[in-house]
Design a protein around this ligand. Structure first.
Ligand code: NAD
Length: 329
């Protein structure tokens, strides 16, 4: 089975190539170009393509893959909101994903964002390097004894809840399907979570229901001085309303690993470019906002697990086996 890997970086090739000897019958080709209408035709002669969260797998691209006789799309990530499942089903193209690789990787990054934004680590690092040992502008707040609100208590939300509990925080949560195993977590309504939380961390998937969950109205319900972290999907937050909230001094700190415009620049070195007008630039201008580049998943453990599950998915497909990792419309 021949697989074309789109949008690859050196680390993808490194982690997949290391495992390849364990998967006889699979051939892999890595290209840097991401998949979109112009590059979909490169899949001609391949049985499968492998793509990541930032790929465009809309209707036109899937139709182009169908013309190339691609039968399988391997998502080397958990999320699939960028895949047109109806069109894939129409052409009998299977979608297999990696539902879980290392929830702790993302949860630990969420807490890293909280700590960095709250205690101004990014500024302290630069200041000390420049022999500026003054503390002005670096004051934070204690997390101990405060209330953490976890929106979505699935795999990553649970890992974040455990971390917050370890910090001595009271942990409350909201989920469409509450998890009874978290005995230290109190489930509340979404409104109550907004009203009571000192830290809000988003871990629910992006759906029609959760799109712009954080908007002017929900921000108004939050405590003044709340810390907000999003490591889930950019579309959960209405960015313009967040910007207004930051301007109104609603937030003590904001940590974002994902944001609405991210597909335009994420994973690319844009340091030589003049950025076009964007809300991203506005967010970056605030001193209490910490932004990273969709890197929550980026640990050695997670990359090994992603490569293994993706190749297991390819093997299951090759052998005609049903897979619990299949995504259907
Ligand atoms: P999961 O499926 O284990 O958990 C999601 C939880 O959200 C479930 O418990 C579900 O019941 C709940 N949920 C669904 N709809 C909801 C709603 N309307 N309101 C509240 N809760 C709702 O998923 P996970 O592995 O914990 O991943 C969570 C999200 O993290 C993914 O959807 C993905 O977008 C994101 N993610 C980000 C990175 C990164 O690198 N930053 C990496 C992996 C995943």
């Amino acid at each position: 089975m021949k697989i074309l890997f789109y949008g690859t970086k050196s680390y993808d090739e490194q982690f997949f190539t290391k495992l390849l000897p364990q998967y006889p019958g699979i051939e892999m080709k890595f290209i840097e170009a991401n998949i979109h209408e112009e590059t979909a035709a490169l899949a001609k002669g391949y049985d499968a393509i492998c793509a990541f969260v930032n790929a465009d797998l809309g209707k036109d691209v899937i139709e182009a893959l169908h013309h190339c006789q691609v039968r399988l799309i391997l998502m080397r990530c958990a999320g699939y909101n960028n895949v047109d499942l109806e069109t894939a089903a129409k052409y009998q193209i299977k979608i297999l994903r990696v539902p879980s690789y290392s929830p702790e990787a993302v949860a630990e990054h969420a807490m890293a964002l909280v700590l960095t934004a709250n205690r101004h680590m990014h500024k302290a690092y630069i200041k000390c390097r420049e022999n500026n040992f003054a503390l002005n502008g670096l004051m934070g707040v204690n997390l101990y004894g405060k209330t953490a609100g976890i929106v979505g208590t699935g795999k990553i939300g649970q890992a974040m809840a455990r971390i917050c509990h370890g910090f001595g925080m009271k942990v409350i949560g909201y989920d469409a399907y509450p998890n009874q195993n978290l005995d230290f977590l109190e489930y509340v309504s979404l409104d109550e979570l907004f009203e009571r939380s000192d830290l809000i961390s988003l871990h629910c998937p992006l759906t029609d229901e959760t799109h712009h969950l954080i908007n002017e109205e929900s921000i108004r319900k939050m405590k003044d001085g709340v810390i907000l972290v999003n490591t889930s999907r950019g579309g959960l937050i209405k960015t313009d309303d967040l910007v207004d909230g930051i301007r109104d001094h609603k937030f003590f700190a904001v940590g974002l690993d994902v944001y609405e415009e991210e597909t335009d620049f994420v994973y690319e070195d844009m340091s030589e470019r003049i950025m076009p007008h964007s809300t991203m630039a506005r967010l970056l201008s605030f001193p209490n906002v910490m932004i990273t580049s969709h890197q929550g998943f980026f640990t050695e453990e997670a990359l090994s697990a992603i490569a293994k599950t993706t190749l297991d998915n390819a093997k299951d497909f090759m052998e005609g086996k049903e897979s619990p990792n299949e995504v259907t419309a």
